[in-house]
Design a protein around this ligand. Structure first.
Ligand code: CMC
Length: 429
C-alpha cells in the first residue's frame, strides 16, 4: 500500500472517498475499492474482470504491453534456455531456485508419487473409448479427492504441499492412462528411472510387445513447452482454482475445476482449435477467405491462436515456441504442410489493418499444436498437455492463497431482471 490516494466524489450526494493506491513490485497500480459500497453505496461493474486484480501474488508477473513474462522474477526466456520443467515447478512452488540437494529431494518426492491407485484405473475404464480426454481428466483428477480426502488436513502446510506434489506427479500418469484407454492399450506404469517428460512419453507410447526408446528431441521439446505453460498469473483456469479453493474445497476438486475452465477454446482449448482450424482451411490458397471471415462482424469465426487478453504486442511464449517448432521439425527431418499454412496465415494476418489495429498477434497456442502434432500427440490430447504443465501453476497459486488466507470469492452483480411482482395462480395467467 502506498501513501498516495485517489479521491472519488459522488456528484449526486456530494460525498467523497479517498481510495488508497496499492503498488506492487512491478506493474500498474491498483485502487483499493473495498470501502466504496459502505461509504458511497456503489459496487463496481467489470464483466470479464478486464480492470480488476483479484489477489496479491508473488508468483508470476506479466507486462502485456512489453511482452514480459517472469516466474518469481526470472524472465521466461532465461528459464526456457537454462532450466528444466521440474526445476521451474520447484521455483513456482517454493519461490526460489533449488540448490542441487533441494532439487534432488524434490525430484525424488515427485518420482515417489507418480503411481496412481489401481482402483483409479477402473474409474478410467468406465468411460466410453471416445470420451474427450479433457472430460476424463476433470473427472479422474476430481476423484483423487475421494482417495486422499480423509487424510488431508487443510490447515497443515505439509499436507497441502503433499497434495500439490501428488498432483504434479500423477498428472502425466493419468493423462497417459486416458490416452491408452482410448487406444485400447493396457495402462502403463511410470518408470522412475526416467525424467518427468521422458516418463510421460514412455507412458504414452510404449507397448508391451516392443522396446520403446524415448526420443531425446521429443522429451526436450516437451520440457520447453511445459516450462512455457507452467503458470500465467490470474488467467481463467487459475482464477477458477483460486475461487473454488476459497470455499475451503480440497485441492483435487479445485484443480479439477481448473481443468474444466482450461478446456474452453478461448483458453487452453485453443491449441486443439488451431489445428482444427488449419485442417478446415486446408490449403494456403484459402487463407484469405478465412481472414475475411475472421474480420466479418456477422460471422462468429475467429482466428484461433490469435489475440490475448493481456498481451497486446506479442506473446513472449509464442516467440519461443515458434522458434522451437522450426527446430523440432528440422531435427525430426519432417515437414508439415500445416506449418507452411500456419506461417502464411501469420504473415497475412500480421499485415492486415484489422489485426494490427486490434493488436491481435499469434499467441502461445498458435504454434504449440504444430509441435505436438509433429511429436505424435493426437489433437484431442493437446489441451491435456497444457493441463499437465499448468497443474504446477494451479497448485502454486492455491498454496499461496491458502497461506495468505483469502476470504471466499463472491462477486456481486447488476440485477437487470423483473422488479418485485406478485405470484399469479396458474388459472389466472
Ligand atoms: N480473431 C478475430 N478477431 C478477434 C480475435 C480473433 N482471434 N480475437 C479478438 N478479436 C476481436 C474481437 O472480435 C473484438 O472485436 P471488436 O472490438 O470489433 O468487437 C476485439 O478483437 C477484442 O476482442 P475481445 O474478445 O474483446 O478480446 P479479449 O481480450 O476479451 O479476448 C481472447 C482475448 C484470447 C479470448 C480472444 O482474442 C480470442 O478469442 N482468441 C482466439 C482464441 C485463442 O487463441 N485463445 C488462446 C489464448 S492464449 C492461451 C491462454 O492463455 O489460454
Amino acid at each position: 500500500m502506498s501513501d498516495q490516494r485517489v479521491t472519488v466524489t459522488d456528484e449526486t450526494s456530494g460525498k467523497s472517498l479517498e481510495l488508497p493506491i496499492i503498488k506492487g513490485t512491478d506493474g500498474e497500480p491498483c485502487l483499493q475499492i473495498k470501502a466504496l459500497p459502505s461509504t458511497l453505496g456503489y459496487f463496481t461493474y467489470d464483466p470479464g474482470y478486464t480492470a480488476t486484480a483479484s489477489c496479491t501474488s508473488k508468483i508470476t508477473f506479466i507486462d502485456g504491453g512489453k511482452g514480459i513474462l517472469r516466474y518469481r522474477g526470472y524472465p521466461i526466456e532465461q528459464l526456457a534456455e537454462n532450466s528444466s520443467f521440474l526445476e521451474v515447478a520447484y521455483l513456482l512452488l517454493e519461490g526460489e531456485l533449488p540448490t542441487a540437494d533441494e532439487f534432488k529431494d524434490f525430484q525424488q518426492d515427485i518420482t515417489y508419487h507418480t503411481m496412481i491407485h489401481e482402483r483409479l484405473k477402473s474409474f478410467i475404464g468406465g468411460f466410453h473409448y471416445d470420451a474427450h480426454p479433457m472430460a476424463m481428466m476433470a473427472g479422474v483428477v476430481g476423484s483423487l479427492a475421494a482417495f486422499y480426502h480423509d487424510k488431508m488436513d487443510m490447515e497443515n502446510p505439509e499436507h497441502r504441499m503433499l497434495a500439490a506434489k501428488r498432483m504434479i506427479a500423477k498428472m502425466p500418469t493419468i493423462a497417459a492412462a486416458c490416452y491408452r484407454h482410448h487406444m485400447g492399450w493396457p495402462t502403463a506404469y511410470p518408470n522412475n528411472s526416467l525424467n518427468y517428460t521422458e516418463n510421460f512419453l514412455d507412458m504414452m507410447f510404449s507397448v508391451p510387445t516392443e522396446e520403446y526408446k524415448v526420443s531425446k528431441v521429443a522429451a526436450k521439446a516437451f520440457d520447453l513447452l511445459f516450462i512455457l505453460h507452467a503458470d500465467h498469473e490470474q488467467n481463467a483456469s487459475t482464477s477458477t482454482v483460486r475461487l473454488v479453493g476459497s470455499t475451503g474445497a480440497n485441492p483435487y476438486a479445485s484443480v479439477a475445476a481448473g481443468i474444466s475452465a482450461l478446456w474452453g477454446p478461448a483458453h487452453g482449448g485453443a491449441n486443439e482449435a488451431v489445428l482444427t482450424m488449419l485442417d478446415e482451411i486446408g490449403d494456403v490458397s484459402r487463407v484469405g477467405k478465412f481472414i475475411d471471415r475472421a474480420k466479418d462482424k456477422n460471422d462468429p469465426f475467429r482466428l484461433m491462436g490469435f489475440g490475448h487478453r493481456v498481451y497486446k504486442n506479442f506473446d513472449p511464449r509464442a516467440t519461443l515456441i515458434r522458434k522451437a517448432a522450426y527446430e523440432v521439425l528440422e531435427e525430426l527431418g519432417t515437414t508439415d504442410p500445416l506449418l507452411e499454412l500456419a506461417m502464411e496465415l501469420e504473415r497475412i494476418a500480421l499485415q492486415d489493418d484489422y489485426f494490427i489495429s486490434k493488436k491481435l498477434y499469434p499467441n502461445v497456442d498458435f504454434y504449440s499444436g504444430i509441435i505436438y502434432k509433429a511429436l505424435g500427440i493426437p489433437t484431442s490430447m493437446f489441451t491435456v498437455m497444457f493441463a499437465i504443465a499448468r497443474t504446477v501453476g494451479w497448485v502454486s497459486q492455491w498454496l499461496e492463497q491458502e497461506e495468505v488466507g483469502t476470504p471466499i470469492g463472491r462477486p456481486r452483480q447488476v440485477y437487470a431482471g423483473a422488479p418485485e411482482r406478485d405470484y399469479i395462480p396458474v388459472q389466472s395467467r
